[in-house]
Write a protein that binds this ligand. Structure first.
Ligand code: SAM
Length: 203
C-alpha cells in the first residue's frame, strides 16, 4: 500500500471511531480523555487525591478530565510539548528525565497523592529497542514516585505489552500493595498499550 493510501485509511478509521466522535462532540482535546474517565470510573483514583501530577500531559485531555469533573485539586501537568492552558492547571514545560526540569516541578509541588503517566516514547517498530525505551520510562516514573508520591499514594501508568511488561509489573508489585492491569474500552484494540493501576505506595 502507498503511504498516501495508508494515511487515508487511517484517517477514515480515526474519524469513524466512536471515541473520536464523542471527543469531538464534547470538544475534548483528544480521545485519551475517555481512557482516564474509564480508569477513574472503575478504580476511583481521583476522588481522594488532593495533589496530582499529570506526566506526559499534552495536549491536555487528562488534565481537562480532572478540571471538568473535580474541584479543589492541586494539579500539575508536565510535558516536553507545550500545552494550551487549562484553568486551574499549572503547566510545566519540560522533560521528566532532565534534572533541571525536575527541579522546576519540585519548586511547585513537593508531594502528590496521585501520579498519572500517559507518556509514550516514539515507537521505532524494532521490538527490542522499543521495549528498552518503555523500560527506561518505567525507571523515570519510578524515580518520580520516589521523589513525589506520598505513602499509600496511587500511580496510573501507561505501559506496552511485550518483553519487559512482566518485569515491570514485578517491580511495581514491590513498590505498591496492589497492581492492576487494565485496558480501557476506549484504548484501540490494535494498540498494545495497557495501564497499570498501582494502589498503596509503600514508600
Ligand atoms: C499520548 S500523549 C499524552 C496524552 C495526554 N494524556 C492527554 O490526555 O492529552 C504522550 C505525551 O508524552 C509526552 N512525553 C514523552 N516523553 C516525555 C518526557 N520524557 N517528558 C515529558 N513528556 C514526555 C509527549 O510529548 C506526549 O505529549
Amino acid at each position: 500500500m502507498t503511504k498516501k493510501k495508508s494515511t487515508k485509511n487511517w484517517l477514515k478509521k480515526h474519524t469513524k471511531d466512536k471515541y473520536v466522535k464523542m471527543s469531538m462532540a464534547s470538544r475534548y482535546r483528544s480521545r485519551a480523555f475517555h481512557k482516564l474517565q474509564e480508569i477513574d470510573e472503575k478504580y476511583k483514583v481521583i476522588k481522594s487525591a488532593n495533589s496530582i501530577i499529570d506526566l506526559g500531559a499534552s495536549p491536555g485531555s487528562w488534565s481537562e478530565y480532572i478540571s471538568r469533573n473535580y474541584r479543589h485539586k492541586k494539579l500539575i501537568a508536565v510535558d516536553q510539548i507545550v500545552m494550551e492552558p487549562i484553568e486551574g492547571v499549572k503547566f510545566i514545560h519540560g522533560d521528566i528525565n532532565n534534572s533541571e526540569h525536575r527541579d522546576k516541578i519540585k519548586q511547585i509541588i513537593t508531594n502528590a497523592d496521585l501520579v498519572l503517566s500517559d507518556i509514550a516514547p516514539n515507537i521505532t517498530g524494532i521490538e527490542d529497542v522499543d521495549q528498552a525505551h518503555f523500560f527506561e520510562i518505567f525507571e523515570s516514573i519510578s524515580s518520580i514516585c520516589s521523589d513525589f508520591l506520598n505513602k499509600k499514594g496511587i500511580l496510573v501508568m501507561k505501559f506496552f505489552n511485550g518483553l519487559s511488561c512482566d518485569l515491570v509489573k514485578k517491580r511495581l508489585k514491590m513498590l505498591f500493595n496492589e497492581v492492576n492491569t487494565y485496558k480501557p474500552d476506549s484504548s484501540r484494540s490494535r494498540s498494545n498499550e495497557v495501564f497499570f493501576i498501582c494502589i498503596g505506595y509503600k514508600d
